[in-house]
Structures are given as structure tokens and as C-alpha cells.
Design a protein around this ligand. Structure first.
Ligand code: SF4
Ligand code: SF4
Length: 316
């Protein structure tokens, strides 16, 4: 049976995740639960409904979702509008999405074949050639769908398209091995060097990730490394120094560039649509002083001989 991937977004003309202009596919499913994640719709590996209550017409005038739902009393209405779904009872049959006339129930995720993905990718082929771009696969954690990614990247390479793979690398090495022959550039991040703090904020220890990053250096692949700078989580100098030591001692010349991503409060509406709470909602930063702090961290990495930028745009 042909490979199918579960994809929650395809973006064209992206400039952030790899060189040049890119087509970026975001795959569903992730074993991490980073508290600052702006894509909670990527967490589960299956297709699911999201509720946007301001778009609901009203239960009285419409009520179609309630009519088609095979489970009883799991659609919660507030002041006549669909407010939430009882997730523990929802079977993700998606009937409510298909019946809703107003996009108040959005489908998070879509099953796509390799050929369907390639059709999207081929639309932008001319831009890759002119800009030095290509295809990026991101997530979620796309190593949860490693067979699909391997086949998709093989199809890209067969057509001369450059490939870039963004991953947490929280996976067994055998999954990474599947995609290596077809991958040009890797993107990953280091969230915290202390494994207990890493577990506290992401749900997993960092040992497997750091080991995989070290093993990748033996594979002669270029690595774009990132650090999401999260206030009061990983922005203290003790952690920054430990990260610089790890890069210099274990990864060194394989790091093409180090990119610092400043914390932004993003994705709150998506958390609400999935009936989930956003743990960073009370975190407030003074944008000017925080940006100064991030710039100082970048200066520190550069002073240690690690080429570091704030943001994701590569130097021209
Ligand atoms: S996805 Fe299916 S089970 Fe879940 S709320 Fe919609 S109709 Fe009901
Ligand atoms: S089908 Fe859509 S518009 Fe109609 S009641 Fe349900 S959520 Fe509201």
C-alpha cells in the first residue's frame, strides 16, 4: 500500500527553515510537550477537530454538528454557540467538520500520499532553482512518520530538489537512518542542557536528543542549530555556557549556524480550539529589554567562536 502521511499544514514560499525559498510540510504527531509550543495541533498523530466558537451560527438555527455526531452529549454549547468538544469521548470521526457550514469546526490534519505532496511541491520548483531553496519537512516530530519522509525525500531527490529536515531528534537512531540518504540539511534545537529541567518543560529527558546530535556529526550533514530563548527557563548564563561547551566540544564544525529564537506568545487560539490550556499565558516580557538580553546571548556565542544569529534568516 502506498505511503500516506498525516500533514497539518503546507506552507509555500517560506524563508525561515532552510536556504532560499521553500515549500514546507508540517507533519502531525510529537512526543514532546514544550510549554511554549505554538503548534499544539501538531501534538497528536491523528486527524482531529478544532472548535472556533466565534464562527458558529448557532445551535438553534443550525445544530448540524449535533445531528451528525454519533456520540451523545459531547458537544458543549455556551449561549447557543458551540464552545467545546468533550475530547475523552470524541472518536475523531470528523462528521461534525464535514457538516458544519461555517468553518466553526476546523479539521486539524489531512492524510496525503507521496504523489499528492509532490504535486504541491512541483508547483514551486522554479523558485527553488532561482533561490537555492527546496523542500523542508517539519512538525510536530516528523521522525514519527520516518518511512513516509524517507519516501517523500527520495522522490524529491529523484527530481533534483534539495531537502531539509527539521526535527527534535527525540527518536531512535534507526528512524533517523531511514531519512539520512535523502537529506541535505538538518535543523534541530537544544532546549536545555540540564536533563531534569528539560523534562520539566518539554516532558522528555534530553539524553537521546544530544546523543543523536553527536551521531549526526559523523554523518557529514550540515546542521542548523537553534535555541528557543524562553524567559526564566533556559536564558540564564549557566545554561548558555553549558550549551556553548556542548556545541564546541561535540558538534563544532558541523554546525552551519546557530540561531536564537526569541520567545513569542503564539498559538493561544489554537490551544483554545482544542480545549487545551496554554501554559505560557501569564508570561509577560518587556520586548525591548528581552531582545537586548537575546542579543547579548548571541554576542556571547559569537565571542566563543560559534557563528550565531538572532532569528531564522540566514546571512545572504
Ligand atoms: S469528530 Fe465525530 S465524535 Fe468527535 S465531536 Fe465530531 S462528530 Fe462527534
Ligand atoms: S454545525 Fe457549525 S455552525 Fe452549525 S451549530 Fe455546529 S458548529 Fe455551529
Amino acid at each position: 500500500m502506498p505511503q500516506q502521511g498525516i500533514i497539518f499544514n503546507i506552507q509555500r514560499f517560506t524563508i525561515h527553515d532552510g536556504p532560499g525559498l521553500r515549500t514546507e510540510l508540517f507533519l502531525k504527531g510529537c512526543p514532546l510537550r514544550c510549554e511554549w509550543c505554538s503548534n499544539p495541533e501538531s501534538w497528536t498523530a491523528y486527524i482531529q477537530p478544532g472548535v472556533y466558537k466565534t464562527k458558529c451560527i448557532s445551535r438553534k438555527k443550525c445544530g448540524l454538528c449535533e445531528d451528525v455526531c454519533p456520540e451523545e452529549s459531547i458537544l458543549n454549547f455556551t449561549r447557543g454557540k458551540l464552545n467545546s468538544i468533550e475530547r475523552s469521548k470524541c472518536t475523531n470521526c470528523l462528521s461534525c467538520i464535514n457538516s458544519c457550514p461555517s468553518d466553526a469546526i476546523k479539521q486539524w490534519g489531512k492524510s496525503m500520499s507521496i504523489e499528492e505532496c509532490m504535486k504541491e511541491i512541483r508547483k514551486d520548483k522554479g523558485y527553488y532553482e532561482r533561490s537555492g531553496g527546496g523542500v523542508t519537512v517539519s512538525g510536530g516530530e516528523p521522525l514519527l512518520q520516518s518511512d513516509f519522509v524517507a519516501e517523500l525525500f527520495k522522490a524529491c531527490k529523484d527530481e533534483g530538489i534539495q531537502t531539509c529536515f527539521e526535527s527534535t531528534f527525540y527518536a531512535d537512531w534507526k528512524e533517523i537512518e531511514k531519512i539520512l540518504p535523502y537529506t541535505d540539511i538538518m535543523i534541530s534545537d537544544i532546549k536545555h542542557m540540564d536533563t531534569d529541567i528539560h523534562k520539566k518543560y518539554t516532558g522528555v529527558y534530553n539524553g537521546k536528543i544530544l546523543e543523536n546530535l553527536k551521531r549526526l556529526t559523523n554523518e557529514q550533514r550540515e546542521l542548523i542549530l537553534r535555541i528557543p530563548i524562553i524567559p526564566n527557563v533556559n536564558d540564564d548564563m549557566e545554561n548558555i555556557e553549558a550549551t556553548a561547551d556542548f556545541i564546541l566540544n561535540e558538534l563544532d564544525s558541523h554546525v552551519r549556524t546557530l540561531q536564537l529564537l526569541s520567545f513569542m506568545r503564539l498559538g493561544e487560539e489554537k490551544y483554545a480550539s482544542l480545549g487545551m490550556s496554554y501554559k505560557m499565558q501569564d508570561v509577560k516580557v518587556n520586548r525591548k529589554s528581552f531582545q537586548k538580553h537575546v542579543n547579548e546571548i548571541a554576542n556571547y556565542f559569537n565571542s566563543r567562536g560559534i557563528s550565531c544569529l538572532v532569528g531564522t534568516k540566514e546571512k545572504e
